[in-house]
Design a protein around this ligand. Structure first.
Ligand code: HMG
Length: 388
């Protein structure tokens, strides 16, 4: 029996900044951001969106009433959690009207936990073939205004429904993973922004990729020719490009060009959204599926997931005949076309408006067009609102 991703859906906020504006404001050459980093725009989260609302907004667009009645687990991957005890998954269960006999859990290991959630879902469905598991990867990447990491911020959520006989792709049982305690990026409990050793983190990412890739090849007998495309965790899109370039010499020139073309398709949306931590590799997968018209049923895709701290994993997916039917075709183009561009001054104000503490606060939700929004905090409880 095949198990894998049956449906995928994405949500990001309605605001963005242009990387040329940010470069001018920070005294950098625009090409450093556009080419050197590989980002053109960046999603900005208003106070009325957090990981719960973004996750719910993503999943709501793909779930039928039958799905909501049949889901057996909600797995929520994030490193921007809104509570130290309560999981984001249980908020989402209520907002989405998912039945009360579902398990709910939140996972954390930097950008990696979405992949772990997906594999837990796969293994559960393998044991319980009629089950449906909802996996959500949702994050707001925050480094701080005028920091080295600022150009690599972003926000968004990817929701995936895992079932037997999936519409999009099977998740193959060939995972190779490794972990090592490394201080490349972390976020202490009293900080709303990440601490990062930027260049060190990028080097560790490449080292992990190379080691995991070599181990994957020796354990599976596969090589780069086995894959139609490689999908990467994209904290910024140049990062994936560097990793891909590290292995391209392993294949003939024609194959190198084909892999590069697929990579361009896979980074198209990430360039415009920025880093969404746990969801970044899966936004890249969606970007590939929606923008690479050379894909065909049966194609093998390799996916490299990386989370600082650090953990890396490589596995393959097999594309299914009707894979396009599992995606909402115009979702991403519409979302991007409908966003409002902020000036850098407006973004800085919005960045500082985020709801961090538990003090009572009422938010103006009239500007937020999303279905699920954060209305404020009352009696130390976050107040989620369904607008339509
Ligand atoms: P920086 O020091 O500002 O940038 O930080 P730089 O000086 O290294 O320049 C960046 C690139 O732009 C270089 O290219 C320059 O040559 C080029 P490279 O050598 O890398 O190929 N450049 C230009 N190109 C064209 N025209 C120009 C020009 N000028 C310069 N005029 C850094 C960059 C990424 C370090 C910083 O933004 C940062 O710290 N970001 C956050 C950390 C990060 O994203 N790390 C990635 C790996 S870790 C990871 O993926 C996990 C993570 O997602 C978190 C998690 O797991 O939860 C982050």
């Amino acid at each position: 029996m095949e198990v894998g991703i049956d449906k995928m859906s994405f949500f990001s906020t309605q605001y963005y900044i242009d990387m040329v504006d940010l470069a001018h404001a920070r005294g950098e050459a625009p090409d450093k951001y556009l080419i050197g980093i590989g980002q053109t725009q960046q999603a900005v989260a208003p106070a009325t969106q957090d990981v719960v609302t973004m996750g719910a907004n993503a999943a709501d667009q793909m779930l039928t009433q039958a799905d909501r009645a049949e889901i057996e687990e909600v797995i929520f991957a994030t490193e921007s959690g809104v509570d130290q005890s309560k999981s984001a998954a249980v908020y989402v269960q209520k907002l989405l009207g998912i039945n009360r006999y579902a398990r709910t859990i939140e996972l954390k290991q930097a950008c990696y936990s979405g992949t772990y959630g997906l594999m837990q879902a796969r293994d559960y469905v393998t044991l319980h073939p009629k089950a449906k598991v909802l996996v959500i990867a949702s994050d707001i990447a925050r480094y701080g205004i005028n920091t080295g990491g600022e150009v690599t911020q972003g926000a968004g959520a990817v929701a995936m429904l895992v079932t037997a006989n999936p519409t999009i792709a099977t998740l193959n049982q060939d995972n190779v993973f490794m972990s090592d305690e490394i201080m490349d990026f972390w976020r202490p409990n009293d900080s709303s922004t990440a601490v990062v050793d930027g260049k060190f983190s990028a080097n560790i990412y490449r080292d992990f990729f190379k080691e995991v890739w070599e181990r994957y090849q020796s354990q599976t007998g596969r090589d780069l020719n086995s894959f139609k495309a490689l999908v990467f965790h994209l904290p910024f899109t140049k990062m994936g490009l560097k990793a891909l370039r590290d292995v391209l010499p392993e294949v003939a020139e024609q194959k190198q060009h084909a892999l590069m073309d697929s990579f361009e398709a896979s980074r198209r949306y990430n360039k415009q959204i920025g880093n969404l931590y746990t969801g970044s590799a899966y936004l890249s997968l969606m970007s590939l599926l929606l923008n690479d018209d050379t894909l065909a049923a049966g194609d093998e895709l390799g996916l490299f997931s990386y989370g600082s701290g650090a953990e890396g994993e490589m596995y393959s997916l097999t594309l299914q005949p009707e894979y396009n039917q599992g995606l909402i075709k115009e979702q991403l183009p519409n979302l991007l076309a409908q966003r409002t561009q902020l000036s850098i001054a407006e973004y800085e104000k919005m960045f500082d408006s985020v709801v961090l503490g538990s003090a009572d606060r009422e938010l103006d939700i009239t500007h937020d067009h999303a279905k699920f929004v954060l209305g404020g905090v009352k009696d130390q409880k976050r107040q989620y609102v369904e607008q339509f």
